[in-house]
Design a protein around this ligand. Structure first.
Ligand code: NAI
Length: 309
């Protein structure tokens, strides 16, 4: 049966263009009420215009869909979420896609990508908890997963979003709130300056959108995962850990030489394990930190991350 989003309220941030626009159109086509958030920023994050979001809203409405525009920056998470609540009374799915590829002031990159994702999610969290349903997709980037020359600030912010997603996945699962992360690749104003026209044509945003819709659907039980998608291809990523070895001898001091001498073994991925939780981190030594060490509410995490708590 076709996947329907009838009755769902979907917020797609940065959906005045590129990937976000495609997602907004796809959600609307399947019955969702869509909040098209876009600041109308230029590629460096400067400027402001309502035109981008308005145009997408018009496109959706012209096809008989339901959509409203919101022009706030994702840095104003409360305002973005409030506009969804004002228009449609609730919020169930969020796809977080604002973009800035690089910026001389790295703070802006972090404010938009990482803290923007954080503030929008925080503002929606209690609503999602109350209704016991939510789907959140964070947009990461291969630059964050693997690193990319010249993109230090962007990479850091993008992988920060994965960390945020991983914890929200744990804190949300008892409320049927799922959070996953996607590193897309698609032709857009971001990438067309570095891709050939042929490549841009083969990497249409519409070849990523179906993956986003599936992850956001109530039938999809995936939570806390990381995917890459582009050109119609989709793959899942996970962590791998070598068996490692204990380099310390009983009642002996631990030395850097011992680390050096066991280096091949430490880095040998034969029989690697695939840890999936922070508790599992201590399993090789048969030790566990008490679970309470890891219990933070989202608010505490926020305050801690901002250095206020
Ligand atoms: P795009 O530049 O075509 O679209 C992004 C939209 O975000 C723009 O319309 C812009 O006005 C809006 N925006 C910028 N700052 C904002 C803010 N503070 N608040 C609200 N909206 C804001 O970019 P594209 O290619 O569609 O990228 C979407 C997301 O995917 C971004 O997060 C990007 O980093 C990520 N990504 C894209 C890749 C690609 O191949 N296109 C590769 C890896 C990641």
């Amino acid at each position: 049966m076709a996947l329907s989003f009838e009755g769902r309220v979907v917020l797609v941030t940065g959906s005045g263009g590129g990937l976000g626009r495609e997602y907004a159109l796809a959600f609307a086509e399947r019955g969702a009420s869509v909040v098209v958030n876009d600041l109308g920023a230029d590629i460096k994050g400067g400027g402001k215009s309502s035109a981008a979001a308005d145009k997408v809203v018009e496109e959706i409405r012209a096809k008989g869909g339901k959509a409203v525009a919101n022009y706030d920056s994702v840095e104003d998470g409360e305002k973005v979420i409030q506009s969804a609540l004002d228009a449609f009374g609730r919020i169930v799915v969020m796809y977080l896609t604002p973009s800035l590829l690089s910026h001389p002031i790295s703070d802006l990159i972090h404010r938009v990508h990482l803290r923007g994702a954080f503030f929008v999610t925080r503002a929606a969290w209690s609503h999602m908890k109350k209704q016991k349903f939510g789907r959140i997709i964070m947009t990461a980037s291969a630059a964050g997963i693997y690193g990319n020359f010249g993109q230090a600030n962007y990479s850091a912010a993008k992988l920060g979003m994965l960390g945020l997603s991983n914890t929200l996945a744990i804190e949300g699962r008892n409320y049927n709130i799922h959070c996953n992360t996607l590193a897309p690749v698609a032709g857009s104003r971001l990438t067309e300056t570095v891709m050939t026209p042929e490549l841009v044509a083969s990497l249409k945003p519409e070849y990523v959108a179906p993956m986003v819709l599936w992850l956001c659907h109530e039938q999809c039980q995936e939570n806390g995962a990381l995917f890459e998608a582009g050109a119609g291809w989709i793959g899942k990523l996970r962590w791998e850990r070598s068996q490692g070895c204990v380099v310390r001898q009983k009642n002996q001091p631990m030395t850097p030489e011992a680390v050096r001498d066991q280096w091949d073994k430490i880095c040998d991925f034969t029989d690697a394990t695939k840890p999936t939780s922070v508790q599992g981190q201590y399993n090789p030594l048969g030790q566990k930190l008490p679970p309470s060490t890891f219990v933070f509410s989202p608010t505490q995490c926020i305050l801690y991350a901002l250095g206020v708590g």
